[in-house]
Design a protein around this ligand. Structure first.
Ligand SMILES: NC(=O)c1ccc[n+]([C@@H]2O[C@H](COP(=O)([O-])OP(=O)(O)OC[C@H]3O[C@@H](n4cnc5c(N)ncnc54)[C@H](O)[C@@H]3O)[C@@H](O)[C@H]2O)c1
Length: 462
């Protein structure tokens, strides 16, 4: 489905602001309605973090960002919007009231989604005159990075609206998961809540601290989950006989009292204090914004690693980049030295090394992004695989510096390219240069030949 020209975001807290970023980065204008006096400032704070993160994940900026407006009335926000995303507080009465108002003012063919984490769509659409275009579209925080969005229809939803919604969210770079039945908590929060319940018991019973419970996830199962989820991980754990063996071996353990099942520890003041104090100690002075940036850095690294292997969430990001960022590919007109501008990025502070210089990893990242941008601009569907890169860092940029990468094609043949990149600051000062030998590879990582027209374009730059 083509993206609408305008979207409306009703509620712009943690989740709403994430949706705003996704729409803006897809060139869609966004009108926001959120009655909180600080709503605009808070939303723009999230957008600043999202902006830096998306630029890093996608290796560039889109040709056009959508325009952002804040309105004082919900009716103005949804006026003319092709898609409306409600991300107000998780209370049925509040959401029903908002959705009835959205229903009264949004265009008849607008898609209306609620970000609710677990409220049933049939309840939420109960006061709508035209409930058929309403569904739940439950995202994950940070909405601008994580691909998953769960779609769930209510009794009054037209199945066609869900089909259109699948197209809309896929176009926004997401992975829609259609929840087959209307159930509390949908699929993902069912799983997350089971884990959360156990995590609360483990701290309640002094089996582990808050940080130790997190370590048990992040050093082990969490790494596997990002790649394969639960079922496929367990299939492999069954060895050569796969799932049947796994179920036979570990099935009986399900009946042992490993789990507290549906019991929930009483959230007494003492338990809340204990968890909050341990959580403060775990944060070790890092502010919520610091933690958000740390989270984004890690997620981007994971997504990019998975993208390079065309696996799981990385495949979604890769397909999205190829589909939407082609339009933003650099112009291949060379300057007087025969260089083309392949990339412009704002340098994030964490990309500097201990001496204040551009870190080797950051340098490598920029060069790889420039390679991808060059192939894309030449109209090639192949991806670059660098067999040799020689980096030379000459000066230290300031954090927040705007860096440009220019690239000279030294030689171009069907299966091998030699490139020379320069990374410069806005005043033209060189920060680093690199030479590279690249092989084009296909989507599965196998070496392949450049397409005839792409090769001709690259050879014209030699
Ligand atoms: N936080 C998460 O991890 C997460 C994940 C997925 C889904 N969700 C869901 O997203 C929704 C929003 O959650 P959040 O975490 O962003 O909450 P939040 O408290 O950060 O944001 C809610 C926003 O809604 C605004 N608001 C209040 N009344 C409003 C009204 N009448 N009209 C418009 N806006 C109004 C508030 O001012 C606030 O900015 C909830 O339904 C929640 O379940 C949250």
């Amino acid at each position: 489905m083509p993206l609408p020209d305008k979207a409306a975001c009703i509620g712009a807290g943690v989740i709403g602001a994430g949706w705003v970023a996704r729409y803006l980065w897809n060139g869609v204008d966004v009108a926001v309605y959120d009655p909180h006096p600080e709503a605009e400032r808070r939303c723009r704070d999230v957008l600043a973090t999202a902006d830096a993160s998306l630029e890093r994940l996608l290796g560039g900026r889109p040709a056009r960002l959508g325009a952002l407006t804040f309105t004082d009335s919900l009716a103005d926000a949804v006026d003319g919007a092709g898609a409306v995303q409600e991300s107000a507080p998780e209370r049925t009465d509040v959401k029903r009231k908002i959705l009835a108002e959205v229903d009264a003012h949004a265009p008849a063919d607008a898609l209306i989604g609620s970000s609710t984490s677990g409220l049933l769509p049939s309840w939420l659409q109960a006061d709508m005159a035209r409930p058929e275009r309403f569904f739940v579209s439950h995202p994950f925080n940070p909405v601008y990075l994580l691909p998953l969005v769960e779609l769930c229809a209510g009794e009054g939803t037209d199945p066609q609206a869900v089909e259109r919604a699948k197209g809309l969210y896929a176009e926004l770079g997401m992975r829609p998961l259609h929840v087959r039945k209307e159930i509390d908590g949908f699929v993902a929060d069912r799983l997350l809540e089971a884990l959360w319940r156990e995590a609360l018991w483990l701290v309640h019973d002094d089996v582990a601290s808050v940080a130790e419970v997190d370590d048990a996830v992040r050093f082990g199962a969490g790494l596997r989950w990002a790649l394969m989820g639960t079922y496929q991980t367990y299939r492999i754990a069954g060895g050569e006989e796969g799932m049947r063996h796994f179920m036979a071996q570990f099935g009986p353990a399900l009946k042992w009292p490993w789990t507290k099942l549906m019991d929930v520890p009483e959230l007494t003041d003492a338990l809340i204090d204990k968890i909050a104090e341990q959580s403060d100690a775990q944060a070790a002075g890092r502010s919520p914004r610091d933690l958000e940036r740390e989270r984004d850095r890690g997620l981007i690294a994971l997504l990019r690693a998975l993208e390079s292997e065309d696996l799981a969430g990385g495949s979604v990001v890769g397909a999205y980049k190829r589909a939407r960022f082609r339009a933003a590919a650099p112009d291949l007109t060379p300057d007087t030295e025969g260089r083309v501008q392949t990339l412009t990025v704002t340098l994030a502070p964490d990309r500097l090394d201990a001496t204040g210089g551009l870190s080797a990893a950051a340098c490598q990242d920029l060069v790889e992004q420039a390679d991808g941008a060059l192939l894309q601009a030449a109209g090639s569907a192949t991806r670059p695989f660098a067999v040799e890169t020689s980096l030379n860092r000459s000066a230290s940029p300031g954090a927040g510096a705007r860096l440009t990468v220019t690239t000279r094609v030294v030689s171009a043949a069907e299966r091998v390219l030699h490139l020379a990149h320069r990374i410069v600051e806005a005043d033209g000062r060189e920060i680093a240069h690199a030479t590279q030998t690249l092989h084009p590879v296909d989507d599965t990582g196998r070496p392949t030949a450049l397409e005839e027209t792409a090769l001709a374009r690259l050879q014209a730059l030699v």
